[in-house]
Design a protein around this ligand. Sequence first.
Ligand code: UDP
Length: 468
Amino acid sequence: MAKATYIAIVSSPGYTHLVPIIEFSKRLINHRPNFHVTCIVPSLGPPPESSKAYLQTLPSNIDTILLPPVNKDQLPQGVHPVFLIQVTTMRSLPSIHEVLKSLCSKAPLTALVVDVFAYKAAEFAKEFNALSYFYFPSSAMTLSLLIHGPNLDKEVSGEFKDLTEPIKFPGCVPFMGVDLPDPAQNRSSEIYKHFLERAKAIGTADGIVINTFLEMEPGAIRALEEFGNGKIRLYPVGPITQKGSRNEVDESDKCLRWLDKQPPCSVLYVSFGSGGTLSQQQINELAWGLELSGQRFLWVLRAPNNSASAAYLQAAKEDPLQFLPSRFLERTKEKGLVVPSWAPQVQILSHNSVGGFLTHCGWNSTLESVQEGVPLITWPLFAEQRMNAVMLTDGLNVALRPKFNEDGIAEKEEIAKVIKCLMEEEEGAGMRERMRNLKYCAANALKDGSSTRTLSQLANHWESLSEI
Ligand code: UDP
């Protein structure tokens, strides 16, 4: 029996940062049962039921340690969720250090893997004689932004959104400054400073584990590997996604039972991630657009908010269905189903009645759709979602992006047009075909292809160190 290898992982708060890093741990353990992973989880408050239920399903060689929540009253109010996540991980540093100290007093630690928002924790690795790694839960294109961010900062004066020429990183599809993530949209802000610090820190680790795969982003991955003569050791191990373990029994029954009654490939699934919200005006236009398109739809609706990321860390309590246009549900009852706030997305995407996904382009949703071969309509809201949308439309050609008017609203006619195009027309069929090809590549990468070989390499390296 091989000697045990001990790995510590630090996540950042938020369901969609916690799950991918733990799913990575599960894959690692499946690959090497002699590994033992301790996952350290900073938190803003008591974990939501969804996270608690999820953490209870872990195998015995993954331990989770929930850190004491940071004092909410001492956190800035009304700020961007990225800032809250960043501040929470920063304030949790003393507790992270304590946990690492206690772990290392029992067994030597081989590697410390930290979520990108917990970048400061990577500095503890040296003290505990461990290697340091970042876990990057998004695309190689977004990682390119972090890697090239400090140079971009030096080269450009003024705001990026005012650039008239596209930004082009090696191996990536060009994109406009307005499509940069929120932290890069205001260069005098505090979150921009943190973004630059994260960018500088990420190049200093012993490696970066990234949730993407070679066949999806060959150009960006190869360019990153070549950057600075191999300065960066990149480990693309994706797509790593959840396998549908959420406990949403009622809605799950309802959605899946309804899907069972629809023809194959006929339903557009509409969802904006774990916390994306639309304004009331945009909810109306989307409802009318869905109706006008005449297509079948399954819409996960959240109560309106003028800030798109408002519900990301804190769900609204109102019943979202009351915000639909009058008699909408009655008029569309033959064609559509609207469910409040949450639905079992992974199971929905894998249902054969689903033929398209209108998504905010969060990276997990993107990968889940790729794994099921479902083509997309991109509707990015915040974070790096606009860059993901550019990659999916201009780069991979598996998605359509509706146009938004001067007030930032997608109007009903435009929405109906892109829905019909994706679901009924030849252009959409081409996208479906390319997505199916990508699905096949994703399955291969995980079976015995690129991502599994990469994970093996990394595991071998860690194992060899723990045997010294
Ligand atoms: N999700 C879900 N049901 C919902 C909404 C979201 O299961 O109704 C899951 C989805 O499958 C994905 C995650 O929540 O795994 C959303 O992650 P993503 O990175 O796409 O977006 P974020 O929530 O970070 O904006």
